[in-house]
Write a protein that binds this ligand. Structure first.
Ligand code: NAD
Length: 511
């Protein structure tokens, strides 16, 4: 049984493969719904003590996890490479990102979720002290995909844990091993509080997690995202959905075309194009088109693909999910059948291992799947456009709105970037917004609901609790019982006095 073809919901074990070689690594046990409920109940019981530790106390433990990840980078990277088929350089982003996100939220959590005080806006509330404290959803469930097994699970677990929640993660059935190793280290090597666990399985396990937790953080396809949201609606459980993308790149005629072409090659082929914010479609202003396309085809044509090791480094690795390679093949075949040309690449590489050639398509249009649907593979489609208006119209002509990039003279490119309809735009760079954790990252349209990173990336794991505290007052407020003749019209008179914005009305001289 291939992990990619596990179809039955009630599976006993999942076989995990190395997509770079096609070899089986191991078989893992699946958690039943009852086991999921038991794990959630166990961490729920410890969560109040975790919350009571405060941000500093919790950061202490996350700091230990950061140190473990840095000290055990080789082991972490080996596992990442084995279960995903990534090349080492791509895999190395995972521990780097995690160490950074732990430090980021450790340092900024007090600003983002520390208690806030407010000055009452109305004189009627002058005797009140107003505070807001951010209390965690007790148990956060994280359901994650296979393309970045640690970044897209631990990357959300970190702010949730720092916020004071307990966390249970269900990793993708294709890549369950790396996260399990980190959780085992948290529990056994670090001896950290029992507020972090993992459950293994596919849809049934994910559904059981949704049923049992207080907040769901889902990253994956929009198809599964809809199912998760519908299931969460049954228990009125809030969700944050980080879904797919079809990110456009706009190349203006005044761009540095070498930088733009190198960026398109890396942004489209990094991690074999299996990145939600990959460059998938490119719109180039007519005067720059021929030169840009020639440079891009050369850059992509030179990429080395295959099993990566120190003695024979490669640029582009395998496709992690065998299902996804079928989608990529379908998009490319559909484009070629519709009149597109592959300047380089264009087909699946014969096994062993699951590889698709790095591919540049031209003569594409918006009737083709490759320009409309998420390809999620090492493929870019390039279109010539008359001007910036046409580039923007086509870039925005998508059901997705995750992120984008614009290349051109800086001020010009920035002006164009402000008109792209998506959650983040990189100017003269690609993918880098994911590492700018200072600012929110999330999708518009069908690319998602909610944000990770920045203040929203930790506040979403909290509920705000407003405290309205009476600083002084007598035996009763003037608006309470009994409604004497004087009190009867008091509220209306005060409303007039404080809400009117001219003296005549304030004094009740005009009705
Ligand atoms: P997927 O939707 O197939 O699976 C995601 C997770 O959901 C897996 O863990 C899977 O086991 C689980 N799942 C499947 N059925 C479920 C159900 N009925 N209930 C609960 N959970 C269920 O996605 P994938 O193929 O693993 O990942 C690729 C997708 O993820 C792409 O669309 C990509 O764009 C998207 N993605 C988005 C972001 C982002 O930040 N927006 C980041 C990375 C990947």
């Amino acid at each position: 049984m291939e992990s990619g073809v596990v179809a039955a919901e009630a599976v006993e074990g999942i076989e995990v493969r190395n997509p770079a070689s096609g070899e089986t690594i191991t078989t893992i046990a699946v958690d039943s719904p009852e086991q999921v409920a038991a794990k959630v109940a166990r961490v729920r019981a410890v969560q109040p003590d975790w919350e009571a530790m405060g941000i500093e106390g919790r950061y202490h433990w996350l700091g230990k996890l950061r140190d473990w990840i840095l000290d055990n980078q080789d082991q972490v990277l080996d596992t990442m490479q084995r279960e995903t088929g990534k090349v080492r350089a791509d895999a190395s982003n995972e521990p780097t990102y995690l160490a950074d996100i732990i430090n980021f939220y450790g340092a900024h959590a007090p600003d983002f979720i520390g208690e806030e005080g407010f000055r009452p806006h109305s004189p009627l509330l002058a005797a009140k002290k107003l505070r807001v404290q951010y209390r965690p959803h007790p148990v956060v469930g994280i359901i994650s995909p296979w393309n970045f097994p640690l970044i897209l699970s631990l990357g959300d677990a970190v702010p949730a844990l720092i916020a004071g929640a307990a966390v249970v993660v269900k990793p993708s059935e294709f890549t369950p091993l790396g996260l399990a190793e980190v959780v085992a280290a948290w529990k056994h090597e670090l001896g950290a509080p029992d507020v972090f666990d993992v459950v293994q399985g596919i849809g049934e396990t994910g559904g059981a997690l949704v049923d049992n937790v207080d907040f769901v953080q889902f990253t994956g396809s929009d198809r599964t995202g809809r199912k998760v949201m519908a299931r969460a609606a049954e228990t009125l459980t809030p969700v944050s959905l980080e879904l797919g993308g079809k990110d456009p790149m706009i190349v203006l005629a005044d761009a540095d075309l070498d930088r733009a072409a190198n960026a398109a090659a890396w942004g489209g082929m990094f991690n074999s194009g299996q990145v939600c914010i990959s460059v998938e479609r490119i719109y180039v202003e007519e005067p720059a088109y021929d030169q840009f396309v020639a440079k891009l085809a050369t850059a992509v044509g030179q990429l080395r693909q295959g099993v990566d090791d120190a003695s024979d480094p490669k640029d582009v690795g395998a496709m992690t999910s065998p299902n996804q390679i079928g989608v990529v093949e379908d998009h490319v075949d559909d484009a070629l059948a519709g009149g597109a040309r592959a300047l380089t690449g264009g087909k699946r590489v014969p096994g062993p291992g699951d590889y698709f050639e790095p591919t540049v398509l031209v003569d594409v249009d918006h009737t083709m799947k490759v320009m409309r649907d998420e390809t999620f593979g090492p493929v870019v489609g390039v279109m010539k456009v008359r001007d910036e208006a046409e580039a923007l119209r086509l870039a925005n002509d998508s059901r997705y709105g995750l992120s984008a990039s614009v290349f051109g003279e800086r001020d010009h490119a920035e002006r164009v970037a402000r008109r792209v309809e998506c959650g983040a735009v990189n100017v003269n760079d690609v993918l880098v917004n994911y590492f700018a954790s200072d600012v929110p990252m999330g999708g518009w349209k069908e690319s998602g609901i909610g944000y990770r990173h920045g203040a929203p990336g930790i506040r979403k794991f909290c509920r705000s609790e407003s405290l309205v505290i009476t600083r002084f007052g007598g035996k009763r407020e003037p608006t309470w019982y009994p409604y004497t003749r004087g009190r009867r019209g008091l509220v209306a008179r005060l409303a007039q006095l404080f809400n009117a914005r001219d003296w005549r009305r304030r004094l009740g001289l005009r009705r």
